[in-house]
Design a binder for this molecule. Sequence first.
Ligand code: AP5
Ligand code: MG
Length: 216
Amino acid sequence: MKRRVVMLGPPGCGKGTIATKLENHFGLKHISSGHWLRREVQSGSEFGREIQEFLDHGQLVPDRLVLAALEHWLTKAVLQQGYILDGFPRTRAQAVAFDTLCLEYALPLELVLYCSCPDEVILDRITGRRVCPSCGRTYHVRHFPPRFSGKCDVCHTFLEQRSDDTESVVRDRLKIYKQETEPLVEFYQSQGKLVLLDAVAGTSTAIGQGINALMS
Ligand code: AP5
Ligand code: MG
Protein backbone atom coordinates (compact mmCIF):
# COMPACT_ATOMS: atom_id res chain seq x y z
CA MET A 1 0.00 0.00 0.00
CA LYS A 2 1.14 3.55 -0.74
CA ARG A 3 1.50 5.70 2.40
CA ARG A 4 3.14 8.89 1.12
CA VAL A 5 0.73 10.70 -1.17
CA VAL A 6 0.35 14.18 -2.69
CA MET A 7 -2.97 15.56 -4.04
CA LEU A 8 -2.49 17.83 -7.04
CA GLY A 9 -5.12 19.89 -8.84
CA PRO A 10 -6.66 23.34 -9.26
CA PRO A 11 -8.32 25.24 -6.41
CA GLY A 12 -11.77 23.86 -5.65
CA CYS A 13 -11.37 20.59 -7.56
CA GLY A 14 -12.04 18.59 -4.37
CA LYS A 15 -8.54 17.85 -3.03
CA GLY A 16 -9.55 18.47 0.58
CA THR A 17 -12.81 16.51 0.26
CA ILE A 18 -11.08 13.45 -1.23
CA ALA A 19 -8.10 13.66 1.15
CA THR A 20 -10.40 13.64 4.22
CA LYS A 21 -12.06 10.42 3.02
CA LEU A 22 -8.72 8.76 2.27
CA GLU A 23 -7.46 9.82 5.70
CA ASN A 24 -10.42 8.09 7.37
CA HIS A 25 -10.13 5.02 5.18
CA PHE A 26 -6.39 4.41 5.56
CA GLY A 27 -5.49 6.16 8.82
CA LEU A 28 -2.99 8.40 7.07
CA LYS A 29 -2.54 12.00 8.15
CA HIS A 30 -4.27 14.58 5.93
CA ILE A 31 -2.18 17.72 5.84
CA SER A 32 -3.52 20.81 4.10
CA SER A 33 -0.98 23.61 3.69
CA GLY A 34 -3.83 26.10 3.14
CA HIS A 35 -5.51 25.07 6.40
CA TRP A 36 -2.23 25.38 8.30
CA LEU A 37 -1.55 28.83 6.80
CA ARG A 38 -5.10 30.04 7.58
CA ARG A 39 -4.68 28.88 11.19
CA GLU A 40 -1.51 30.95 11.43
CA VAL A 41 -3.44 34.01 10.22
CA GLN A 42 -6.24 33.35 12.75
CA SER A 43 -3.72 32.96 15.57
CA GLY A 44 -2.36 36.47 14.91
CA SER A 45 1.25 35.23 14.95
CA GLU A 46 3.96 37.30 13.30
CA PHE A 47 4.14 34.75 10.50
CA GLY A 48 0.33 34.91 10.15
CA ARG A 49 0.42 38.69 9.80
CA GLU A 50 3.15 38.40 7.18
CA ILE A 51 1.14 36.01 4.98
CA GLN A 52 -2.44 37.27 5.42
CA GLU A 53 -2.47 39.52 2.39
CA PHE A 54 -1.32 36.72 0.08
CA LEU A 55 -4.12 34.44 1.25
CA ASP A 56 -6.84 37.11 1.08
CA HIS A 57 -5.90 37.94 -2.52
CA GLY A 58 -5.45 34.35 -3.67
CA GLN A 59 -1.73 34.85 -4.27
CA LEU A 60 0.78 32.14 -3.44
CA VAL A 61 2.70 32.71 -0.24
CA PRO A 62 6.31 33.22 -1.47
CA ASP A 63 8.43 30.07 -1.56
CA ARG A 64 10.96 31.47 0.93
CA LEU A 65 8.22 31.82 3.59
CA VAL A 66 6.52 28.49 2.86
CA LEU A 67 9.80 26.59 2.87
CA ALA A 68 11.11 28.34 5.99
CA ALA A 69 7.97 27.20 7.88
CA LEU A 70 7.88 23.68 6.40
CA GLU A 71 9.40 21.90 9.39
CA HIS A 72 6.55 23.13 11.62
CA TRP A 73 3.84 21.19 9.81
CA LEU A 74 5.68 18.60 7.73
CA THR A 75 7.71 16.92 10.43
CA LYS A 76 9.79 13.76 10.27
CA ALA A 77 7.12 12.02 12.40
CA VAL A 78 4.47 12.86 9.78
CA LEU A 79 6.67 11.64 6.93
CA GLN A 80 7.23 8.38 8.82
CA GLN A 81 3.56 7.89 9.75
CA GLY A 82 2.31 8.36 6.19
CA TYR A 83 0.43 11.34 4.80
CA ILE A 84 -1.93 12.77 2.23
CA LEU A 85 -0.52 16.15 1.41
CA ASP A 86 -3.01 18.67 0.00
CA GLY A 87 -1.88 22.05 -1.37
CA PHE A 88 1.86 21.43 -1.25
CA PRO A 89 4.02 21.44 -3.32
CA ARG A 90 2.64 24.20 -5.50
CA THR A 91 5.70 25.44 -7.38
CA ARG A 92 8.69 23.73 -8.94
CA ALA A 93 10.96 25.13 -6.18
CA GLN A 94 8.67 23.58 -3.53
CA ALA A 95 8.59 20.23 -5.36
CA VAL A 96 12.39 20.13 -5.56
CA ALA A 97 12.75 21.10 -1.87
CA PHE A 98 10.19 18.42 -0.93
CA ASP A 99 12.07 15.75 -2.91
CA THR A 100 15.27 16.76 -1.09
CA LEU A 101 13.56 16.48 2.31
CA CYS A 102 12.14 13.03 1.45
CA LEU A 103 15.55 11.90 0.27
CA GLU A 104 17.16 13.12 3.50
CA TYR A 105 14.88 10.80 5.50
CA ALA A 106 14.91 8.03 2.87
CA LEU A 107 11.10 8.24 2.72
CA PRO A 108 10.33 8.98 -0.95
CA LEU A 109 6.98 10.23 -2.15
CA GLU A 110 5.08 7.25 -3.61
CA LEU A 111 2.00 8.61 -5.37
CA VAL A 112 0.53 11.82 -6.79
CA LEU A 113 -3.25 11.91 -7.26
CA TYR A 114 -4.08 14.47 -9.91
CA CYS A 115 -7.63 15.88 -9.99
CA SER A 116 -8.36 17.73 -13.21
CA CYS A 117 -11.52 19.90 -13.32
CA PRO A 118 -12.96 22.58 -15.69
CA ASP A 119 -13.05 26.21 -14.50
CA GLU A 120 -16.87 26.53 -14.52
CA VAL A 121 -17.28 23.51 -12.21
CA ILE A 122 -14.63 24.98 -9.92
CA LEU A 123 -16.41 28.35 -9.71
CA ASP A 124 -19.66 26.64 -8.67
CA ARG A 125 -17.88 24.53 -6.07
CA ILE A 126 -15.84 27.33 -4.53
CA THR A 127 -18.50 30.01 -4.35
CA GLY A 128 -20.87 27.53 -2.59
CA ARG A 129 -18.25 26.21 -0.20
CA ARG A 130 -18.48 26.70 3.57
CA VAL A 131 -15.69 25.65 5.93
CA CYS A 132 -15.36 24.93 9.61
CA PRO A 133 -12.80 27.40 11.03
CA SER A 134 -12.06 25.00 13.86
CA CYS A 135 -11.49 21.55 12.36
CA GLY A 136 -11.21 22.56 8.68
CA ARG A 137 -14.00 20.28 7.40
CA THR A 138 -15.57 21.44 4.15
CA TYR A 139 -19.22 21.62 3.09
CA HIS A 140 -21.15 22.98 0.12
CA VAL A 141 -24.45 24.84 0.36
CA ARG A 142 -26.03 22.54 -2.28
CA HIS A 143 -23.76 19.53 -2.90
CA PHE A 144 -22.71 18.73 0.72
CA PRO A 145 -24.84 20.71 3.19
CA PRO A 146 -24.21 20.11 6.90
CA ARG A 147 -26.87 18.19 8.85
CA PHE A 148 -27.76 21.31 10.89
CA SER A 149 -27.82 24.48 8.82
CA GLY A 150 -24.64 26.54 9.19
CA LYS A 151 -22.87 24.29 11.74
CA CYS A 152 -20.08 21.72 11.44
CA ASP A 153 -21.41 18.14 11.76
CA VAL A 154 -18.40 17.10 13.83
CA CYS A 155 -17.44 19.96 16.16
CA HIS A 156 -20.63 22.11 15.84
CA THR A 157 -18.65 25.31 15.17
CA PHE A 158 -20.42 27.90 12.98
CA LEU A 159 -19.32 27.52 9.35
CA GLU A 160 -17.69 30.39 7.46
CA GLN A 161 -16.94 31.40 3.90
CA ARG A 162 -13.21 31.74 3.15
CA SER A 163 -12.08 35.30 2.35
CA ASP A 164 -10.54 34.02 -0.93
CA ASP A 165 -13.73 32.26 -2.09
CA THR A 166 -15.15 35.14 -4.15
CA GLU A 167 -15.48 34.81 -7.92
CA SER A 168 -12.81 37.41 -8.80
CA VAL A 169 -10.25 35.95 -6.38
CA VAL A 170 -11.01 32.43 -7.64
CA ARG A 171 -10.30 33.55 -11.21
CA ASP A 172 -6.90 34.90 -10.05
CA ARG A 173 -6.17 31.66 -8.19
CA LEU A 174 -6.92 29.69 -11.36
CA LYS A 175 -4.48 31.84 -13.38
CA ILE A 176 -1.76 31.34 -10.79
CA TYR A 177 -2.47 27.60 -10.67
CA LYS A 178 -1.98 27.31 -14.44
CA GLN A 179 1.28 29.26 -14.35
CA GLU A 180 2.90 27.92 -11.21
CA THR A 181 1.38 24.58 -10.25
CA GLU A 182 0.16 22.86 -13.42
CA PRO A 183 3.76 22.28 -14.62
CA LEU A 184 4.10 19.86 -11.67
CA VAL A 185 1.84 17.43 -13.57
CA GLU A 186 4.70 16.86 -16.00
CA PHE A 187 7.28 16.92 -13.18
CA TYR A 188 5.57 13.99 -11.41
CA GLN A 189 4.56 12.22 -14.62
CA SER A 190 8.25 12.01 -15.52
CA GLN A 191 8.86 10.39 -12.11
CA GLY A 192 6.15 7.78 -12.89
CA LYS A 193 4.14 8.78 -9.80
CA LEU A 194 1.06 10.43 -11.32
CA VAL A 195 -2.45 8.89 -11.31
CA LEU A 196 -5.44 10.78 -12.72
CA LEU A 197 -8.70 10.96 -10.71
CA ASP A 198 -12.06 11.94 -12.20
CA ALA A 199 -12.79 15.03 -10.10
CA VAL A 200 -15.89 16.05 -12.10
CA ALA A 201 -18.01 13.01 -11.30
CA GLY A 202 -19.51 12.51 -7.86
CA THR A 203 -17.04 12.36 -4.99
CA SER A 204 -17.58 8.61 -4.55
CA THR A 205 -16.06 7.99 -8.03
CA ALA A 206 -12.91 10.00 -7.27
CA ILE A 207 -12.60 8.48 -3.78
CA GLY A 208 -12.95 4.94 -5.19
CA GLN A 209 -10.24 5.70 -7.76
CA GLY A 210 -8.04 7.13 -5.00
CA ILE A 211 -8.50 4.03 -2.83
CA ASN A 212 -7.55 1.77 -5.76
CA ALA A 213 -4.45 3.86 -6.50
CA LEU A 214 -3.27 3.67 -2.87
CA MET A 215 -3.88 -0.10 -2.77
CA SER A 216 -2.10 -0.88 -6.06
P1 AP5 B 1 -5.70 25.95 -0.29
O1 AP5 B 1 -6.46 25.93 0.98
O2 AP5 B 1 -4.80 24.81 -0.62
O3 AP5 B 1 -6.72 26.21 -1.45
P2 AP5 B 1 -6.81 25.72 -2.96
O4 AP5 B 1 -5.73 24.94 -3.59
O5 AP5 B 1 -7.17 26.95 -3.65
O6 AP5 B 1 -7.87 24.60 -2.91
P3 AP5 B 1 -9.21 24.67 -2.17
O7 AP5 B 1 -9.06 24.37 -0.73
O8 AP5 B 1 -9.90 25.96 -2.56
O9 AP5 B 1 -10.02 23.49 -2.93
P4 AP5 B 1 -9.97 21.91 -2.76
O10 AP5 B 1 -9.37 21.32 -4.01
O11 AP5 B 1 -9.40 21.48 -1.45
O12 AP5 B 1 -11.53 21.63 -2.83
P5 AP5 B 1 -12.57 21.21 -1.68
O13 AP5 B 1 -12.39 19.78 -1.32
O14 AP5 B 1 -12.59 22.23 -0.59
O15 AP5 B 1 -4.82 27.27 -0.35
C1 AP5 B 1 -5.35 28.53 -0.04
C2 AP5 B 1 -4.29 29.60 -0.14
O16 AP5 B 1 -3.21 29.31 0.77
C3 AP5 B 1 -3.60 29.72 -1.50
O17 AP5 B 1 -4.33 30.52 -2.40
C4 AP5 B 1 -2.28 30.37 -1.09
O18 AP5 B 1 -2.44 31.73 -0.80
C5 AP5 B 1 -1.95 29.67 0.22
N1 AP5 B 1 -1.15 28.44 0.06
C6 AP5 B 1 -1.53 27.18 0.41
N2 AP5 B 1 -0.55 26.30 0.16
C7 AP5 B 1 0.47 27.00 -0.38
C8 AP5 B 1 1.74 26.66 -0.88
N3 AP5 B 1 2.16 25.39 -0.88
N4 AP5 B 1 2.53 27.66 -1.37
C9 AP5 B 1 2.13 28.92 -1.37
N5 AP5 B 1 0.93 29.33 -0.92
C10 AP5 B 1 0.10 28.38 -0.43
O19 AP5 B 1 -13.93 21.29 -2.54
C11 AP5 B 1 -14.43 22.56 -2.99
C12 AP5 B 1 -15.97 22.59 -2.84
O20 AP5 B 1 -16.56 21.67 -3.78
C13 AP5 B 1 -16.46 22.15 -1.46
O21 AP5 B 1 -17.56 22.93 -1.11
C14 AP5 B 1 -16.87 20.68 -1.65
O22 AP5 B 1 -17.91 20.33 -0.77
C15 AP5 B 1 -17.34 20.67 -3.11
N6 AP5 B 1 -17.03 19.42 -3.82
C16 AP5 B 1 -15.87 18.73 -3.77
N7 AP5 B 1 -15.92 17.64 -4.57
C17 AP5 B 1 -17.17 17.68 -5.15
C18 AP5 B 1 -17.84 16.83 -6.11
N8 AP5 B 1 -17.25 15.75 -6.64
N9 AP5 B 1 -19.08 17.18 -6.50
C19 AP5 B 1 -19.68 18.28 -6.01
N10 AP5 B 1 -19.10 19.11 -5.10
C20 AP5 B 1 -17.86 18.82 -4.70
MG1 MG C 1 -8.56 22.55 0.25
